[in-house]
Design a protein. Structure first.
Length: 411
């Protein structure tokens, strides 16, 4: 990345519509249940031990490689929070060390004593039989694993068998000076970070000006710290999980924390729908244009009844029209449109421009054409939280919307 290159030599380190009525309808609220509720519970309870499946790592990395076969060549890859004894990330990149042309692979683990008490720990045979094993450090310190282009065991290949390790001085927290120094050495960071620390972890990556690929809750896109990165082209959605279904292994001690239908005793996996990959590494799907109909054709032929019945209503407080489904975006509308957050799964930067977000916190107040006050409506605060539609029953909130325009003027 250009800015990163300017820093010079890298540091190295070791191993409108109807007339409004005064009475406004309160926005509908839904109670989270099932898979997404469990994901939020995990975040609130700091239950962050989710082990990514090999097939999901492979699917995502292949998307980058298909777009740029040399994306990992001569790069230093850092895998924080990824103990090779348990995590598939280190095993995956170690296996592909030579064919990807990786320069150096670094992985770190978090000290057992710094994890929640309910997660048991027992050193593996791999560690116990190593000459550097230390009974105190195995619990109090994190570990550093390094794989370089050195065939240490002389078997003709460089793979996980050539991985070298030592104890870190600290517990392996990514915020420490020790791990930050490793970030400074790295070109690319790939991991499934703690869900409860996602915002902080992302900020850490942006500060380091590295390329990255990481897993997180889709809803973080609406956070005020995250959305500006999306708007400014510094972060986008990756290839994603197959059909949007994310499955993770979890520690045995936490399996009873999940509702029926989330944890599968047969596969020993938990299932989340609202999870995806976030990245600043380019891939082909990001450049696939959406095939759209004109506004007139949508009003006649849209598969969505609400579009055929109500058309494209204009917001009362934004100079934009409501487009409730991504596939209902009219190809010939020249103005601003409010689309669902899920639009970002299909966002093509050559086709659309992201203007902002209609949502309190992450939104830009300057985009609003109206701000409600207590003199206008009893629930003015709720109305100011997002885009508002005028209905026969009064003013009604819609869901948060991404505000977009066509990049090129519609023909």
């Amino acid at each position: 990345m250009a800015k990163r290159a300017e820093r010079g030599k890298k540091k190295t380190s070791g191993p409108s519509g109807l007339k409004a009525t005064p009475k406004a309808s309160a926005p509908k609220r839904t109670t989270a249940t099932g898979k997404n509720a469990n994901l939020r519970d995990a975040k609130a309870n700091k239950n962050d031990e989710f082990y990514t499946q090999w097939v999901d790592i492979e699917r995502e990395m292949n998307a980058y490689l298909e777009y740029d076969p040399n994306v990992f060549r001569d790069k230093v890859i850092l895998l924080p929070c990824d103990d090779p004894e348990w995590s598939n990330f280190a095993k995956f990149f170690a296996l592909h060390f030579m064919d990807y042309g990786i320069k150096k692979l670094i992985a770190t683990s978090y000290a057992p004593n710094s994890k929640p008490a309910e997660i048991p720990y027992q050193p593996t045979l791999f560690e116990l039989e190593a000459p550097q094993f230390d009974a105190a450090k195995t619990r109090a310190n994190g570990k550093l694993y390094v794989l370089e282009a050195k065939d240490i065991n002389k078997d003709g290949v460089v793979n996980i068998e050539d991985l070298q390790w030592e104890y870190l001085n600290g517990d392996g927290d990514f915020r420490s000076a020790e791990i930050t120094a490793l970030r400074e050495e790295a070109d690319i960071v790939v991991t499934n970070p703690p869900f409860s620390l996602f915002r902080e972890f992302l900020a850490w990556l942006i500060e380091g000006e590295v390329q990255f690929s990481l897993i997180g809750n889709f809803n973080v896109l609406t956070y005020k710290e995250v959305f500006p990165l999306v708007r400014d082209g510094k972060l986008w959605i990756g290839k994603g999980f197959n059909k949007g279904d994310a499955y993770f292994r979890v520690p045995e001690s936490t399996r009873t924390n999940y509702a029926s239908g989330v944890y599968d005793a047969d596969t020993q996996l938990v299932h989340f729908r609202n999870t995806t990959w976030f990245t600043n590494i380019d891939h082909g799907r990001r450049h696939e244009p959406l095939r759209l109909m004109t506004m007139a054709d949508n009003l006649k032929h849209s598969t969505h009844k609400v579009v055929r019945a109500f058309g494209y209503r204009k917001y009362d407080n934004y100079d934009a029209i409501e487009v409730p489904f991504t596939d209902a975006i009219p190809s010939d509308y020249p103005g601003m449109m409010g689309v669902p957050i899920s639009f970002l799964n299909k966002f093509n930067p050559e086709q659309f421009q992201i203007i902002g977000m209609a949502k309190r916190g992450a939104g830009d107040p300057a985009l609003k054409s109206k701000v409600y006050t207590a003199d206008d409506y009893p629930n003015y605060s709720d109305l100011n939280a997002g885009p508002v539609l005028v209905t026969p029953e009064g003013l009604v909130n819609t869901y948060p919307r991404i505000l977009i325009k066509h990049k090129k003027a519609p023909q």
